[in-house]
Design a protein around this ligand. Structure first.
Ligand SMILES: Nc1ncnc2c1ncn2[C@@H]1O[C@H](COP(=O)(O)OP(=O)(O)OP(=O)(O)O)[C@@H](O)[C@H]1O
Ligand SMILES: [Mg+2]
Length: 501
């Protein structure tokens, strides 16, 4: 009989009496990389949190290397060799890579930290994973990829035998992703077993040995990756056929549409000399590799970063925004990239989160914030966006990752801005919901909203845009028509030019 690294049987878990996991069976073989897939709210994070000690199961059994265990807290999980890397990384930004790896388990018997050994050991771990990261650099100066690898090293140092990754690649650049592939294969060589959660289905074939698909809190299928196709995976996820390949819809005729926003040679501390026009009813895609300056561009338009040169015109009036409030007043909305930090109040409920950027709408009724209007608005948003929640009184932090993102989108859309900036709008959103959100964005544009979609996912930009602006190294590298654009074409423009790298 095979011993499994993990064997979960009949796992049940509910929150306030609402079942989330229903008799889930899940097995992880030793040394395998096992994908855990499913729509937003299917129960993936809940299942792995039972293993990592963040949640306790209501019923069922968990075996780790053949032995039945009770995991009550993260310490129990660590003692069993289970390490989890959540989407929100937990490093200390101003410490070095090496210090973060060894945090809490400093080398040397003496009270002081043996710096040379720390660096040497950290260097060896990076080498083992075939990574070229300077272990003396401060974590905050590094990209998401390097930060993630630092966490992996931390896990290895904790003698992990089972590593759980919750959406690790959603913010990685293609280059980082290449390193990630190599590193994860090294883990397999070390007989470490991995549970891998991702919404990027194209990765599954590169990375995983088996997949388990959850739908609505049940395990609907476990299969060898070689025995299942991506359309089959999507079918199991959503319970019906869906293409998974999203086609760009025919855009409206924009020749007579008025210009809604114009940037003329705009610079900030972080971007250089950007010019473009955005018409009412147009969807402008902005792409480039991570770090190209997309978020920085959104920030200068929205008054987060100071404009140092050039002019921004919105609906025929020139502005210099000192803060986001002024930008909002002029009719701009921004769905930020990092919802945890800037998009949401985790401790508040859904309806307050939606109301908070829509106060003017509420105030029309002359009661400071009219409770019933607040509720009505929230209900409409949740319905339009198909947010999976019990009701609008539910706290934000109790929604699944993808559903939180949907609330952020819906609250800004409810404001009905003239210009809507969407920064990585579907990060962490499942395939089925992505299609719904794309349709919604098209509808908004058809009603005359000017939309800017900033995204490093090229299929997303291709599916949505009338026109595509390509950024590289904080500057504009070119502009191409959405129709007939291809991924290769965009990459050519990024790498073309020949004036760098
Ligand atoms: N602490 C909690 N209290 C109440 N409900 C919760 C709590 N945590 C999760 N839920 C609910 O459990 C369900 C499953 O959530 P979970 O986070 O496991 O989904 P997921 O599959 O990880 O989705 P995503 O892809 O969006 O991250 C959701 O409906 C969510 O609202
Ligand atoms: Mg999740």
């Amino acid at each position: 009989m095979e011993t499994y690294a993990i064997k979960m049987e009949h796992i049940q878990k509910g929150f306030s009496g609402v079942p989330v996991l229903k008799e889930v069976d899940f097995e992880l073989k030793e040394g395998e990389i096992h994908a855990l897939l499913g729509e937003n709210g299917a129960g993936k994070s809940t299942l792995i949190k039972i293993l990592s000690g963040a949640h306790e199961k209501d019923d069922g059994t968990v075996r780790v290397f053949g032995e039945e265990v009770e995991i009550h807290n993260p310490q129990d999980a660590h003692a069993l060799g289970i390490q989890c890397i959540y989407q929100e990384l937990s490093l200390i930004p101003h410490l070095s890579v090496a210090d973060n790896i060894f945090l809490g388990r400093e080398l040397g018997k003496k009270a002081w930290i043996n710096e040379r050994d720390t660096y040497k050991k950290a260097r060896e771990m990076m080498d083992m994973l075939s990574l070229d990261i300077n272990v003396k650099s401060q974590v905050q100066s590094l990209g998401i990829g390097a930060q993630f690898f630092t966490e992996i090293c931390r896990c290895l140092l904790g003698n992990a035998r089972i590593v759980i990754l919750d959406e690790p690649t959603s913010a990685m650049t293609p280059i980082e992703y290449g390193y990630f592939l190599r590193a994860i294969k090294k883990l397999r060589e070390q007989h470490i077993s991995v549970i891998y959660i991702s919404h990027r289905l194209d990765e599954i074939k590169d990375i995983c040995d088996r997949v388990t698909i959850l739908r609505d809190g049940k395990n609907v299928r476990t299969a060898e990756v070689k025995d299942i196709t991506i359309p089959e995976i999507i079918h199991e996820m959503v319970g019906k056929d869906a293409s998974g390949y999203l086609q760009r819809q025919q855009g409206a005729d924009l020749t007579k549409a008025p210009v809604m926003m114009k940037l003329d040679h705009v610079s900030s501390a972080k971007i250089e000399d950007i010019s473009f026009e955005l018409k009412a009813g147009e969807i402008l895609g902005v792409t480039g590799l991570l770090g190209a300056g997309k978020t920085e561009l959104a920030n200068v338009i929205f008054g987060v970063d100071k404009k140092t040169r050039g002019t921004i015109t919105v609906d025929g009036r020139e502005y210099t925004f000192k803060n986001p409030r002024q930008a909002m007043k002029a009719g701009i909305g921004l769905v930020p990239e990092d919802r945890k930090r800037t998009g949401l109040f985790q401790e508040f409920d859904i309806k307050s989160n939606i109301a908070i950027v829509n106060l003017e709408q509420m105030e029309q009724w002359k009661v400071l914030v009219h409770r019933s209007k607040e509720k009505e608005l929230a209900k409409r948003c949740v319905k339009d966006m198909n947010v999976k929640c019990r009701n609008t009184n539910q706290k934000m932090k109790h929604l699944s990752g993808g559903n939180q993102q949907k609330v952020v989108l819906s609250k800004w859309i409810a404001r009905n801005p003239k210009v809507l900036l969407l920064d990585e709008p579907t990060r962490g959103i499942d395939v089925g919901s992505k299609e719904e959100i794309y349709n919604l964005i098209h509808e908004l544009a058809n009603e005359g909203m000017a939309v800017m979609v900033l995204s490093s996912e090229m299929p997303e930009v291709l599916a949505l845009s009338d026109r595509i602006l390509i950024l590289h190294d904080r500057k504009c590298k070119g502009e191409i028509a959405g129709e007939g654009a291809t991924q290769e074409g965009i990459l050519m423009t990024i790498t073309g030019g020949g004036d760098d790298e």
